[in-house]
Design a protein around this ligand. Structure first.
Ligand SMILES: Nc1ncnc2c1ncn2[C@@H]1O[C@H](COP(=O)(O)OP(=O)(O)OP(=O)(O)O)[C@@H](O)[C@H]1O
Ligand SMILES: [Mg+2]
Length: 241
């Protein structure tokens, strides 16, 4: 597929989100450069999923802004994809789910079948191509969701707990797939509650607590020498919420 001008860096400035007067995210600011993998960590309810949805443009902030700063910034929404914790599959085959995502992005029919086959192959799902997507197991659906998101070759991929509720083998398979997508140069912003996974995948950690950004640090520093008391407690497994 064609290469497009970059939409990154991603710049988040003074971002806030409130519902019914309740401040759920406040004063979040950070920059994310191209080709980086940022892991958003924090206890339940910290605001991780909200932050991903705001960055992806699914929610509008009540204050502050999300801006894409690369040469292709005006086309930013066409070059990002998101995978949700519980992926929603269409009532059609695994292959047709990918084909449909490609058609939504305007990829011509003659290119779609080879791109679909490649995405299924990459996710280890070639043998299941014709199976109805909704009968696939949780792990298979998660891999299909990733394959579907990757098939459109996003520059930026948002992943919200992509391995929650998967067994260790399925988790490993999904992590490998994320590793390959990352090796292609995709910028990834993802959440997880699996600190081992965060260590394996992250270049940077964005640590949230109670709707605020407490730290954004290089991953190695976050785990070896967290700066804030909250992050220290979180890494030690002591911070509940
Ligand atoms: N539309 C909404 N209306 C009201 N409150 C909301 C809404 N969406 C999210 N919240 C609240 O905002 C807070 C942050 O939610 P969010 O889903 O971002 O947390 P999270 O960090 O992803 O948590 P988890 O680790 O459990 O997935 C939670 O307290 C949640 O109840
Ligand atoms: Mg969440």
């Amino acid at each position: 597929m064609a290469t497009f001008p970059p939409i990154t860096p991603l710049s988040v400035e003074g971002l806030a989100f409130a519902v019914d007067g309740k401040q759920l995210l406040s004063e979040i600011s950070f920059t994310l450069e191209a080709h980086r993998t940022a892991l958003v960590l924090g206890p339940n309810g910290a605001g991780k999923s909200l932050l991903l949805r705001l960055c992806h443009g699914l929610l509008q902030p009540t204050a502050g802004r999300v801006s894409w700063q690369g040469a292709g910034a005006d086309q930013a929404s066409a070059h990002q994809a998101m995978v949700f914790q519980r992926p929603v599959m269409l009532r059609r085959s695994a292959a047709a789910n990918i084909d449909y995502a490609l058609s939504l992005r305007g990829v011509p029919a003659r290119q779609r079948s080879s791109l679909t086959a490649e995405a299924l192959e990459r996710a280890g799902l070639s043998a299941l191509a014709k199976r109805p997507a909704r009968v696939l197991s949780g792990g298979e659906q998660q891999r299909l969701a990733l394959a579907r998101a990757w098939s459109v070759r996003p520059q930026v991929l948002f992943l919200d707990e992509p391995t929650a509720s998967l067994d260790p083998a399925a988790t490993r398979a999904v992590e490998e797939l994320i590793g390959r997508i990352r090796a292609d140069g995709t910028t990834i912003v993802m959440t997880t509650h699996d600190l081992g996974q965060a260590r394996r995948l992250a270049d940077e950690i964005i640590f949230l607590h109670r709707g605020r950004l407490v730290e954004k640090t290089a991953a190695a520093d976050f785990f070896s020498n967290p700066q804030s008391q909250e992050a220290r407690a979180f890494v030690a497994g002591e911070l509940l919420w």
